[in-house]
Design a protein around this ligand. Sequence first.
Ligand code: ADP
Ligand code: ASP
Ligand code: MG
Length: 417
Amino acid sequence: MSLIVMKFGGSSVGTPERMQRVAKRIMERQQEGNEIVVVVSAMGDTTDDLIDQSKGLNLNPPSREMDMLLTVGEQISIALLSMTIHQLGGKAMSFTGWQAGIQTDNVFGKAKITDIQPQRIFDSLQAGNVAIVAGFQGMSAEGEITTLGRGGSDTTAVALAAALKADVCEIYTDVDGVYSTDPRVVKNARKLNEISYDEMLELANLGAAVLHPRAVEYAKHYNVKLVVRSSFTQNEGTSVKEDAVMEQGVVVRGIAFDKNVARISIMGVEDVPGVLANVFGALAENGIDVDMIVQSGVLDGKADFSFTVSGDDKEKAISVIESIRSVVPYRETTSESGLVKVSIVGAGMVSNPGVAAKMFSEISKLGVSIKMVSTSEIKVSCVITAEPLNEVVRVLHTAYGLDTAEQAFVGGPSERR
Ligand code: ADP
Ligand code: ASP
Ligand code: MG
């Protein structure tokens, strides 16, 4: 008997018909002789709708109340899915994050799981139930309800799989695996049979929404067998694992993009030790993740530097910088929103010079100027303006030999906004 964690994303349970299909699929897997723990997200666009509702009343609500609101979406799903399974003659029991023993730190909106005490899940399985756990939520030591960040149900699933020592964690979504890039942008994107944790982690961190980055981190750390597959087809899916087989000659494995990047520049900063520590320390304390950082040359003892943050954090980041102006004096700040980051990822890059140069030349051939660059052993990222993003991704996909001969994408309908 195997213990399987099955995670279903929002579009997989977006309508009553889909909920029924998912319930049947879960019961089939149970009838094969497996113990099943299900993690489910909020139905369809529920989370976005709740955010819109809050904006109608308060544009900057307390983050505690926001988490209280957003966790409702997943709670609707677990109860409805459990009822559907009962209606079909099965046995199921739903659990909120805290009932499932998921403990987190107290950072509302992007909490990290600190521990899982899954005794109630084991007891429920023992009693013959499918245990259905609300994704994306947990509880802090202070007894507050928290959320794990957008897309965080993947992380609930993988963390539970690790805590329960599950045999496999299956992520069911609206595409039938991990592709060389978002198959909704490049029609002849290639489905990958396997991908390494490290490459997947880069792709996820760089914007590939198919897996939440922290889910991949957990999977790597706890060596969880992870499979991404479609809830709409029976196709095999993609295995994410340590020792994924490298295709011969493949230097770039995938292309990711992040459509919500803002650049902030601080001009005329006194060039003394501790400036960067003060600025980025203050941003970190306020829960703002900084991505690329570039410092320009020093002139008359003053330096300029620029960094990128998520577009959602731009205003908050500027006000944090203003709040430390007495500690870090500067002439002015400027900012630019509506930027995107496009990245190429592949473990084979490290031994292949010229990979980055090719990226720059392909982008420049499209008449697009590159605003910022960052590189590591397995990725190159460029920040550009949003307008030609899809075209840039398609051109790079072709340039690095990632296109399939014919259309490969078989997926569920997109209901994304
Ligand atoms: P779910 O609601 O099931 O969690 P998500 O929308 O979070 O689904 O993730 C699935 C989406 O990720 C796909 O519909 C696809 O558009 C997008 N995506 C981005 N990059 C990739 C990629 N490299 N491979 C597959 N899907 C990708
Ligand atoms: N419902 C949450 C979101 O939309 C979590 C998830 O879907 O994973 O981000
Ligand atoms: Mg998701």
